[in-house]
Design a protein around this ligand. Structure first.
Ligand code: IPE
Ligand code: IPE
Ligand code: MG
Length: 246
């Protein structure tokens, strides 16, 4: 079992991203409706956010709702949006108490008005916080993000604001939703699925991937510690040889 004491504070991921998956299966296993899984999932969100801030992780990004998730039954989408509003109202205190700044990536204009407004309000209220940036990926799709980036850049080239020759990684980064975030160092996905599901395709280019069978409502502090310990034991070579690193 993971223990916070075994984690090296100087080797934490600068950016941890999590695909929070398995709420529906968790509920089904206990004979509940899917929404009960989502409700219990929010408890894991609070615990993992607090544990991450406590450890000193600077950036945590949570995949909460994908562009593809709009295709779920209407009642489930509505419930998820209601749950988002409820959680934002409730957890603003957690964010303030832990000096956490809230941010969001995705096509936020597609969110229902109420959820969008609540989100903007919490982002505004926490904007001076500095211990950790918590980014919620909402109505997020990586391909949509990349399409928008290409459109913006091609318009700038067309209008002579930039030259096509000047396009490099840093310019691309500045035109993504995640513009102020460093690359993802560690990506965790719960529930046993081993796929990316249109999440941060550009930003995970060199991320360490960690898949666990634990369903999101069961994913707690100790499970996060396990993932971090494994991450710290991996050798990140970035194309070099092992000998070059030591
Ligand atoms: C993740 O859990 C939450 C969202 C995608 C919103 P799921 O709802 O995908 O749970 P499973 O995968 O059906 O178990
Ligand atoms: C990915 O989970 C999206 C979120 C966790 C918000 P899904 O459950 O929607 O992914 P797929 O459809 O199984 O790949
Ligand atoms: Mg799922």
């Amino acid at each position: 079992m993971g223990n916070a004491r075994d984690i090296h504070k100087d080797k934490l991921p600068k950016h941890l991203a999590i695909i929070m998956d398995g709420n529906g299966r968790w509920a089904k296993q206990q004979g509940f409706l899917r929404v009960v899984g989502h409700e219990n999932g929010t408890k894991s969100v609070r615990e993992i956010v607090e544990a991450s801030a406590e450890l000193g992780i600077e950036n945590l990004t949570l995949y909460a709702f994908s562009t593809e998730n709009w295709n779920r039954p209407k009642i489930e989408v509505q419930t998820l949006m209601k749950l988002l509003v409820k959680s934002l109202k409730k957890e603003i205190k957690t964010l303030q108490d832990n000096n956490i700044k809230l941010s969001a990536v995705g096509n936020l204009n597609d969110l229902p008005k109420k959820a969008h407004n609540e989100l903007l309000e919490v982002i505004e209220k926490t904007k001076e916080n500095s211990a950790m940036t918590l980014t919620l990926a909402l109505s997020y799709g990586s391909r949509e993000e990349l399409i928008n980036m290409v459109k913006e850049l091609s318009n700038k080239v067309k209008n002579n604001i930039i030259s096509s020759d000047s396009i490099d990684e840093s310019i691309i980064n500045k035109h993504l939703y995640t513009q102020n975030l460093p690359d993802v160092d560690l990506l965790i996905r719960t529930s046993g699925e081993q796929r990316i599901s249109n999440f941060l395709l550009w930003q995970i280019a060199y991320a360490e991937l960690y898949f666990t069978p634990i369903l999101w409502p069961d994913f707690k502090k100790d499970d996060l510690y396990d993932a971090l310990i494994e991450y710290q034991n991996r050798e990140r070579r970035f194309g070099k040889t092992s000998e070059q690193l030591s």
